[in-house]
Design a protein around this ligand. Structure first.
Ligand code: AHR
Length: 635
């Protein structure tokens, strides 16, 4: 009696359960909705993020937009620092170096990407130096109070007329109490001729994922691997487009030795080194088993400048060259270049996206009238197995071209789009290339004047995303895949929030967002075939997708409850699944609708998995609370 009394108020809005009967057949055969990832140099997601380099501004790269500077560097031991553009620079790609002038112990220190993580592990470093010097260098990792965690003496090979690389390792014996540490490089200026030396490309890496040289940060790769993305869309996003035509992402300036990469003024407010370039993106795909979705520049910059039709050929050819670099045999010009850079085996590219958001920045009319077609024709002619995607669906797509749809919005507007793919034709597959609830419900929509929306994904937004994803799951045969965007954010320097994963220089602080948990649950419970369902109720506040995994024969129910005044009681049957069948029911909830996972904080998403048994007529009975995301899989 007491239990009934307690239950009554909760069940007030539901006189009876939502009955869902799932048929045995008749749904879509799909490869299942592919959950992926998206990368672009925003929020220091690459440099100062996934790319494990610890030294910020390592080669003093600059441009007219962001001139070379000494950011992150300080002089040590009373020395002075000055930027030089020598007549004999390290390389034409890296024309600027630093001159350190002093008396006695002199040097330079770097604060890293807003801190340097120090723990007992091997750090691999190197630097180039020019100038006659008979002594040794000291490389060290130090706390801000001067405590030295590790130090290495490096005998000088430095000469007056050439740049000589020096290498060293550092292995701290203990973990620093914070990331407030610096890298310090010193020498004895009294043993130089003239009291100064020139330095460039000063680099330090911790152990990387798969121990790749010039590789990725382990904790962030782990957070990605845990999520299990099936594809990677790169290198953008707006990052691909550039603010100007000249500022576009140029694949051929991101390959080869680091001394040959000039870097670039990113779209996102800073100069990048291009240390994380095309090959590193592909290695990232290899390491996590992701299908690359390669975006090629399509003749539109963010300032609205468009390449005229008569001048487009060179950019189409550039995209073909990039594809040859990635996929061509070693007998081809660019395949041979790839081999020279350590990858004789061609990669496989199955998806190419032409541009990014060409429906924006005044790009649509030229995209529709000649830009997309030119790339589509050239790529499909040379690579008939490549699925070419337009960067928008606001156009009539030719042939078998697919399109890309992006959705940044308030949570309520994700709910209204639950059914948008039901009427979508399957003639042209669609990529959901950027999806995120960004700003709290306000009855209007998001304000684009500032891309610092909610700092992190929050629970209500994540549930709204789940509802939208369920609409996609129900139509997975029409959809190539879906990804949250942007994916990564360095909390110490970011241009856009929220993101899937947030971090700072301390790997212990990395935060998987509330949306990460939703995507993870849906991704790990993969439906290969949808199965149609009938119900005594309409969608809302309970939204769901039903199907089966043909490999495991498990029947699957994925659901989300958005805006319910009470728990939703569910009676679920799968045709052919009888009484006594057991199932795992996982329900995600959070303490409140605004709960979020913050950098350095605890995970707020509560995940509860229970085993339930089908009763009479194979009915699985359970309640789903408001603002919950759930998956039931039969055993
Ligand atoms: O993901 C952030 C930005 O949003 C992307 O660069 C762009 O494609 C979109 O407008």
């Amino acid at each position: 009696m007491l239990a009934e009394y307690l239950l009554l108020p909760l069940l007030a809005s539901y006189a009876s359960a939502v009955q869902i009967s799932v048929a045995k057949s008749g749904g879509n055969v799909t490869t299942g909705l592919q959950y992926g990832a998206m990368e672009e140099e925003i929020n220091h997601c690459g440099e100062g993020g996934l790319y494990a380099e610890l030294i910020r501004n390592r080669a003093f790269q600059g441009s007219t937009t962001y001139p070379s500077n000494l950011d992150a560097w300080s002089a040590v031991g009373g020395s002075t620092l000055s930027l030089q553009n020598l007549t004999d620079p390290l390389s034409s790609a890296l024309p600027t170096s630093v001159r350190i002038t002093g008396k006695g112990t002199s040097g330079i220190s770097n604060t890293g990407f807003w801190g340097i993580d120090v723990r007992p592990q091997k750090y691999s470093g190197s630097f180039y130096v020019k100038g006659s010097y008979k002594g040794s260098f000291t490389a060290s990792l130090q706390a801000s109070n001067g405590e030295v965690f590790a130090s290495a003496q490096v005998s000088s090979k430095s000469v007056a007329n050439d740049w000589v690389q020096h290498e060293f390792t550092l292995t701290p014996k203990k973990k620093a109490s914070s990331s407030n540490n610096t890298f310090v490089l010193t020498f004895d200026a009294s043993k130089t001729s003239g009291g100064s030396l020139d330095f460039n490309l000063i680099s330090l890496f911790p152990p990387t994922w798969n121990n790749r040289p010039n590789g990725m940060r382990r904790d962030l790769m782990q957070a990605l691997q845990d999520l299990g993305p099936k594809f990677l869309r790169f290198p953008g996003g707006n990052n691909l487009e550039g603010q100007t035509i000249e500022g576009r992402w140029k694949w051929n300036e991101t390959i080869g030795p680091l001394t040959q990469r000039p870097g670039r003024a990113t779209t996102w407010g800073y100069e990048e080194t291009s240390g994380m370039g095309l090959v590193e993106y592909m290695e990232w795909c290899d390491d996590l088993g992701m299908e690359p979705i390669l975006a090629v520049w399509a003749g539109l910059a963010l300032n609205g400048n468009v390449v005229p039709e008569a001048e487009l050929d060179v950019y189409v050819q550039d995209a073909l060259d990039e594809l040859e670099f990635l996929t061509g045999s070693v007998d081809t010009k660019y395949g041979a270049l790839r081999a020279k850079y350590g990858h004789p085996k061609p990669w496989t590219i199955r998806y190419v996206e032409v541009g990014n958001e060409d429906n924006l920045s005044s790009g649509l009319s030229s995209y529709k009238s000649y830009r997309f077609q030119a790339f589509y024709d050239a790529i499909t002619k040379k690579y008939p197995n490549i699925q070419v995607l337009a960067s928008t669906i606001d156009m009539t797509l030719p042939g078998n071209a697919g399109g890309d749809y992006h959705l940044y919005d308030i949570p309520d507007n994700f709910i209204t789009k639950f059914g948008m793919f039901d009427s979508y034709s399957d003639a042209h597959p669609i990529l959901l290339g950027e999806i995120a609830a960004t700003e709290y419900n306000n009855g209007v929509g998001i304000d684009w004047s500032n891309t610092h929306f909610s700092l992190y994904p929050w629970w209500l937004g994540s549930v709204a995303e789940a509802v939208f994803l369920l609409g996609a799951e129900r139509n997975a045969d029409k959809i190539i895949g879906t990804t949250y965007a942007p994916f990564l954010m360095n909390l110490d320097s970011y241009e856009w929030s929220p993101t899937m994963i947030s971090f700072n220089s301390n790997p212990d602080d990395t935060a998987k967002s509330t949306s990460w948990h939703v995507y993870n649950l849906f991704n790990k419970n993969h439906m290969t075939n949808t199965l149609p369902a009938t119900s005594n109720d309409t969608f809302g506040p309970l939204y769901y997708a039903t199907g089966v995994n043909s490999k495991t024969n498990s029947h699957i129910f994925k659901a989300a409850v958005y805006n319910s005044t009470a728990d939703v009681p569910v009676s679920l049957t799968f045709e052919g699944v009888g009484r006594g069948t057991t199932a795992d029911l996982t329900i995600l909830t959070a303490p409140s609708d605004v709960s979020m996972n913050a950098v350095g904080g605890a995970n707020v998403v509560q995940s509860q998995t229970t085993k339930i048994k089908a009763g009479k007529q194979g009915v699985f009975s359970f309640n789903l609370p408001n603002l919950s995301v759930a998956v039931l899989t039969t055993n």
